[in-house]
Design a binder for this molecule. Structure first.
Ligand code: SF4
Length: 238
C-alpha cells in the first residue's frame, strides 16, 4: 500500500479512532487526500463560524450594556468575580494538562493542541449571566480578541493552538472554575490543589449571588412592565 506523507507536513497527524486509517496506522493516498480535504473544509467552516460567533458575541455585549442599569450589588459582585478570576489564573500559572488533553479526540474537541473543555460553542459558554458579569466587571466588546496567527481551531472562537486568547477580565467564570481530572492530578502534584479549590468555591458562590441579584432585578422589572401594560389596557379609550 502506498503511504502518502505530504498531508502530514500540514500537521495532519493520524488521530486515534480515525476510521479512515488502515489497521497498521498508515493510510492509502486516496484516504489521505480525502482526509486532508475534509480537514481543510473543517478549518474553513470553523473560521467562518468563529467570525459569526464573534460578531454575535460583541452584539450581545453591546445589548447588555444598553439594558437597564444593574444594581450596586450586582456591580460589586461583578468586580469581586473579576478579582477572583485573576487570582485563580495567576495561581494556575503554566499548566501542562490544558495544552494537550484534546489531542487524539474526535472533532470538534480534538483539533491540534489545547484543552478538551474549550471545544464547546462560543455563544453557549458566554450565556447572558456571564456576559452581564463580564461587562459589569469592565470587559468591552473590543477586548474580545480571537487568537492571533494560529489556524482556525475547532470549538470556542478564543481557543488557540497555545490556549485561550482572553485575559482574566474577559474570560467567563465557567472557564476559570472548571478543573478536569487531569488538571486536578497536576495541581495535586504541584501542591496547589487546596488553595485553588478554596478560590474556586468563592468564585462559584459569588457568581451564584450575582445571578440571584440579577434574576430578582429582571423579574421585578418584568412585573412592573406587565402592571403598566395592564393599567394601560384598562384605561378608557379617549
Ligand atoms: S473562553 Fe477561553 S477558556 Fe473559555 S472555552 Fe473559550 S478558549 Fe476555552
Amino acid at each position: 500500500m502506498q503511504t502518502a506523507r505530504w498531508p502530514r507536513a500540514y500537521g495532519l497527524e493520524p488521530k486515534e479512532g480515525n476510521a479512515a486509517l488502515a489497521h497498521d496506522g498508515r493510510d492509502s493516498y486516496g484516504q489521505s487526500m480525502r482526509r486532508w480535504l475534509w480537514d481543510l473544509l473543517g478549518r474553513w467552516r470553523d473560521a467562518r463560524l468563529h467570525s459569526q460567533d464573534l460578531a454575535a458575541l460583541r452584539a450581545r455585549f453591546r445589548a447588555s450594556s444598553r439594558g437597564a442599569r444593574a444594581s450596586a450589588g450586582e456591580a460589586r459582585e461583578a468586580l469581586r468575580l473579576r478579582r477572583l478570576r485573576r487570582e485563580i489564573l495567576a495561581t494556575l500559572g503554566e499548566v501542562q494538562a490544558c495544552r494537550s488533553c484534546a489531542r487524539g479526540h474526535p472533532l470538534p474537541h480534538g483539533r491540534w493542541e489545547g484543552g478538551h473543555c474549550c471545544g464547546a460553542v462560543t455563544l453557549d459558554i458566554f450565556c447572558d449571566d456571564e456576559v452581564a458579569a463580564l461587562q459589569l466587571g469592565g470587559a468591552r466588546p473590543r477586548d474580545l480578541r480571537a487568537p492571533r496567527g494560529g489556524r482556525a481551531n475547532s470549538g470556542c472562537a478564543f481557543r488557540g493552538p497555545r490556549g485561550c486568547s482572553l485575559s482574566a477580565a474577559c474570560r467567563p467564570n465557567l472557564c476559570v472554575r472548571f478543573l478536569c481530572q487531569e488538571l486536578r492530578a497536576e495541581l495535586r502534584s504541584r501542591g496547589d490543589f487546596g488553595r485553588l479549590v478554596k478560590l474556586i468555591t468563592e468564585l462559584r458562590r459569588t457568581f451564584g449571588r450575582f445571578q440571584a441579584l440579577r434574576a430578582a432585578r429582571l423579574e421585578a422589572r418584568a412585573d412592573e412592565e406587565m402592571e403598566a401594560a395592564l393599567r394601560a389596557s384598562l384605561e378608557p379609550a379617549p
